[in-house]
Ligand binder design. Structure first.
Ligand code: ADP
Length: 499
């Protein structure tokens, strides 16, 4: 049996899943949680070494499982790598050690810097080239913050002793031999989120590099998502080729088989990301969405997508658990929320580090609105689930306006979709059919598809067969009433954070 291995390095956890090539048949898998550190208000860091170690540990365990199934490591014909995007890592090319913790995608320490850039140039100054607004989210503003605020990083860049990479490049470099012979590449989807790549040329852009003071010698080479990146050196996967790299949200799009123009998916993980395939056309957003690369196969033109990114989705569930102690594990939020039929007027805006799409407001902060003496933890729990769904509804509205299509259904996946309550609320609030496959590791499937396509062992565009559909149950009047209140709550969260 031919096998394809997928490595999925996410914000909450790392997974390695081995699939039968071309099929949703999991032969072996393992998942390890990774830590997130919040040393200051608005900051979010991870230990880059921990991210790499978790990949190695997953590989070890998966390899041991494989031998018990009668398959061998030699049956793995290719490896696909997918990853949390934008998170920024700087490491020493001779020691292999990171110079500082990974600055995670939702970290907003660069808020003041971003505010200054926006005031000086305008938020959409670089949109034509990058498809992105100037925001705390993208790697370039994180890199610029490091260059301006971390003398060690600045000095090492001047001495040309460091490499920059998003998580894919860091893991690839380590997988392929690190300081010995590690290769330094990224793929077009990850590169499109650094804010340093020109969407028209699919290459680093001189003007963008100058704007963000980034020298090109620290950058990885950019390749198509389905391409040969290198060969694993050492460990249980030694000798296997890495033939696919793709950012996690784009991987989910491929995993759902959304390869046709007009198809959309929404992934509810730590954050939530809705991607709408626009084919070979780059659609410029007029409503706060991002234009991004969806995927590219070697030798073919790139496919593009419109994306709505929501910074806080599942992380608000984790916050209820870790910071408020209202639940002991994520799954308990549904039990609490199901005890009430509505929030009875409670609205929660989880703008923990500002609001992403379609608002792009770094100065927003989280708020609960409409609390009364009648409010219970059940209402709070429900308002947290609703908050994700309202944010996605905002994205739907922007997506319909930008794409000029009516978008009446969406394919979904991610940790939060384990909550059936949330899926029904989403269908109700957005007024769309929500289609959830029974198999939930869609991001890993996308990585396997990207890698398998390179070695002709996986066809693009395969859809999941076992699905559950959630249709809207509330009236449009009720939806409008709730939407109006949500918009009022968002208004109240804006401009809260001041220097
Ligand atoms: P990522 O890919 O960003 O690491 P995952 O797709 O693994 O994230 O999803 C993890 C998130 O999903 C966590 O924030 C967790 O709180 C949330 N989550 C997991 N199970 C549930 C559940 N049953 N109900 C609601 N949220 C959940």
């Amino acid at each position: 049996m031919n096998l394809i291995a997928a490595i999925d390095q996410g914000t909450s956890s790392t997974r390695v899943i081995v699939f039968e090539a071309g099929k949703i048949n999991v032969v072996a898998s393992h998942q390890i949680e990774v830590q997130q550190f919040c040393p200051q208000e608005g900051w979010m860091e991870q230990d880059a070494i921990e991210l790499w170690t978790s990949v190695q540990d997953c590989i070890k365990i998966v390899a041991a499982q494989l031998t018990k199934t009668g398959s061998t490591i030699q049956d793995i014909k290719a490896i696909g790598l997918t990853n949390q995007r934008e998170s920024t890592i700087i490491w020493d090319r001779t020691t292999g050690k990171p110079l500082c913790p990974s600055i995670v995608w939702c970290d907003a320490r660069n808020g003041t810097l971003v505010k200054e850039l926006c005031e000086k140039f305008g938020q959409d100054y670089l949109r034509t080239k990058t498809g992105l607004p100037i925001a705390t989210y993208f790697s370039a503003t994180k890199l610029l913050w490091l260059i301006k605020n971390n003398p060690e990083v600045k000095g090492a860049i001047e001495k040309k002793t460091v490499m920059f990479g998003t998580v894919d490049s860091w893991i690839l470099w380590n997988l392929t031999g690190g300081i010995q012979d590690g290769v330094h590449f990224t793929d077009v989807t990850n590169a499109s989120r650094t804010m340093l790549m020109n969407l028209n040329t699919l290459d680093w852009d001189k003007e963008l590099l100058e704007f963000f003071e980034v020298p090109d010698h620290i950058l990885p080479g950019i390749r198509p998502s389905s391409d040969i990146f290198g060969t694993v050196k050492g460990g249980e996967f030694d000798g296997i080729q890495i033939t696919g790299i793709i950012g996690d949200q784009q991987a989910a799009l491929l995993g759902h088989g959304c390869t046709n123009k007009g198809e959309a998916k929404s992934t509810y993980g730590t954050g939530c990301f809705l991607l709408y395939n626009t084919g070979n056309e780059m659609v410029k957003s007029e409503h706060g969405l991002l234009t991004t690369v969806a995927y590219q196969c070697a030798g073919k033109p790139a496919n593009f997508a419109l994306e709505g990114s929501v910074a806080v989705a599942g992380s608000a569930v984790r916050w209820l658990q870790n910071n408020l102690g209202l639940i002991n594990k994520s799954s308990e939020i549904s039990e609490l929320a199901a005890k009430v039929e509505s929030t009875d007027g409670v609205y929660f805006v989880p703008a923990f580090s500002g609001l992403f799409a379609p608002y792009w407001k770094p100065d927003a902060r989280g708020i609960f609105c409409g609390l009364t003496a009648h409010t219970t933890k059940h209402h709070i729990a429900r308002s947290v689930l609703e908050a994700t769904c309202f944010q996605v509804m905002d994205i739907f509205q922007a997506m319909r306006a930008d794409s000029k299509s009516d978008l009446c259904h969406v394919l979904v996946d991610g940790g939060m979709t384990a909550s059936k309550e949330m899926l029904q609320i989403q269908a109700d609030i957005a007024g769309v059919d929500v289609i959830c496959p029974q198999f939930n590791e869609i991001t890993a499937v996308g990585a396997a598809v990207a890698a398998g396509a390179t070695v002709n062992l996986w066809n693009l565009g395969q859809k999941m067969d076992n699905i559950v559909k959630y249709s809207p149950k509330i009236s449009s009047e009720e939806r409008e009433k709730m939407t109006k209140k949500w918009k009022m709550a968002v208004e109240r969260s804006l401009g809260w954070h001041t220097d």
